[in-house]
Design a protein around this ligand. Structure first.
Ligand code: FAD
Length: 466
């Protein structure tokens, strides 16, 4: 979804420069080839705008974006015949279904006599090039990061200066893809985001000019604008991790390391997904395969999804997600911990909800985040880590800015009680205009009791297994 640091585009332009011909930038829409993980509603909204921005950027360079839909191989074969195409270039994707599809396409086109070339545009390094001493994949972040840090990060390539005009073949209008919701619920997304390469570049420039300096101290405070908010742009490829890496290093070499480490977590997530492709559905740690999750959880799941659990920082996070399609990382960990540990709801339910509602929904990062929090992933939080959302709220939202913004019905409560209204004396609640159960829910779960139960189950079912 970008022109800069786009190796497939550069290779196509180079090929035309050497051999003559034209370049036809193509997007194939297909909902079924991603298997169970077709884009969710928020991602579809983003994709619509990203495609619009890409189309404009190509037009500004004298080219255009052709959109077609259907089975990818059929679309490619038809175009190869229609426009007499001799070479196809793409940048790789790493979701298991995409890998299978692209392998099939590569083999079929080569058999057909077409030159096919795929490149890495989405990662610092390909997942199969980072290996443990014995040649296998990593399952622990720190040694993975050490190995990654020892290899120089390739430099991003500039955008081609000119693009050859595209051949005239018919395509579809972007609106015909129907990516936008039919009922307009996306006002909050529109207010929060500007998809597209130019906007992503601006976001990156602003971040490396200032906030990256305080990232280490401020990144855990959801009420402060301290993180880059580049996750959707990275997922959709509007910015490349190499561009992000070098921009941060160039601007703030002495203090950029903690943020660069987050880009390495992204690499680690893709490394795991590549080597353990069953993990979007199955726990990486086999001891969790038959874990006793609750089965009667629909009401609690719904309260969690809607931001009506009665636990303020959880509800703030879930409402932020619903309104903006994004949630702060610290709060993602808290809501995931509450769902999987206090409520004993399978992590896959949470991952699915995130998949549909996040603009940055990413199979690798989402799977890592959920399995890490639930305790069943690589290098996971240990089973006995059950975040206490009250203590976390007091620590990371000490002035209540975040909770008051997203849960405004509580805004008149003093800081001391804001994170735990159920514990507040009656006169404090009265003074804040709150009757629990009427203006704001009572908590759907007893935090201390449910923690004890979770620890017992974990100890019995997981800890003692080989
Ligand atoms: C339960 C759970 C689910 C998550 N689901 C997703 C998801 O679907 N998509 C997604 O991009 N991130 C996901 N994350 C990781 C993280 O929360 C987001 O990447 C981050 O909040 C995005 O904000 P930012 O761009 O401001 O991040 P910054 O703090 O500015 O970090 C820069 C970039 O590094 C990467 N990154 C940061 N933290 C992580 C991490 N823990 N794991 C992997 N990559 C990371 C992201 O690409 C991010 O944009 C999840 C985390 C949890 C706990």
């Amino acid at each position: 979804m970008r022109l800069g640091d786009n190796p497939a585009l550069r290779a196509a332009v180079e090929c035309v420069r050497e051999k003559g011909g034209r370049v036809l930038p193509l997007y194939i829409a297909n909902d079924t080839e991603s298997g169970a993980w077709a884009d969710g509603a928020a991602s579809r909204w983003w994709l619509h705008h990203a495609l619009a921005a890409l189309g404009e950027a190509l037009q500004a360079k004298g080219s255009r974006l052709l959109i077609r839909s259907g089975a990818s191989l059929d679309v490619l074969r038809a175009l190869i015949d229609e426009a007499d195409i001799g070479a196809v270039f793409w940048n790789r994707l790493y979701e298991p279904a995409s890998i299978d599809r692209d392998r099939r396409i590569k083999a079929a086109l080569r058999e057909h006599g077409v030159h096919v070339e795929s490149s890495n545009a989405g990662l610092l390094h390909e997942p199969w090039t980072i290996k443990t001493g014995s040649g296998g994949p990593y399952k622990v972040f720190t040694p993975f990061s050490r190995t990654l840090s020892a290899i120089p990060t390739p430099r991003p390539s500039p955008e081609p200066e000119v693009l050859p005009a595209a051949p005239e073949v018919g395509g579809m209008a972007l609106n015909a893809l129907r990516l936008m919701p039919s009922v307009d619920w996306a006002g909050g997304l529109k207010a929060a985001w500007a998809p597209g390469e130019a906007a992503a570049q601006e976001l990156l420039d602003d971040f490396v000019d200032g906030p990256v300096r305080d990232y280490l101290q401020a990144r855990d405070f959801p009420g402060r604008p301290a993180t880059s908010r580049l996750s959707a742009a990275l997922h959709f490829g509007e910015i490349s991790p190499r561009q992000a890496w070098y921009a941060a290093e160039a601007a703030q070499a002495d203090v950029a390391a903690p943020w660069l480490r987050q880009l390495q977590w992204r690499e680690f997530a893709h490394h795991l997904l590549f080597h353990f492709p069953h993990t979007p559905e199955q726990p990486l740690d086999p001891r969790y395969a038959d874990f006793t999750w609750r089965t009667d959880y629909q009401d609690d799941l719904r309260a969690w999804q809607r931001g009506r659990t009665g636990i303020p920082i959880i509800d703030a996070g879930m409402r932020e997600l619903w309104h903006t399609g994004w949630m702060h990382n610290r709060v993602r960990m808290l809501v995931a911990s509450l769902l999987t540990k206090n409520l004993l709801i399978p992590w896959q339910e949470g991952a699915r909800w995130f998949w549909d509602t996040l603009v940055d929904a990413d199979l690798a990062n989402n799977t890592l985040g959920w399995q890490w929090t639930a305790g069943c992933g690589a290098d996971a939080a240990p089973y006995f880590r059950v975040f206490n959302p009250v203590a976390q709220g007091l620590k990371f939202d000490p002035d209540g800015r975040y909770v008051r913004h997203w849960v405004p019905e509580l805004k008149r409560l003093p800081d001391k009680w804001l994170q735990q209204p159920w514990a507040a004396p009656a006169e404090i609640l009265r003074g804040g205009g709150i009757t629990l159960g009427r203006d704001y829910p009572r908590p759907i779960v007893d935090l201390a009791g449910s923690r004890r139960i979770a620890l017992e189950i974990w100890a019995n079912e997981v800890r003692n297994k080989p």
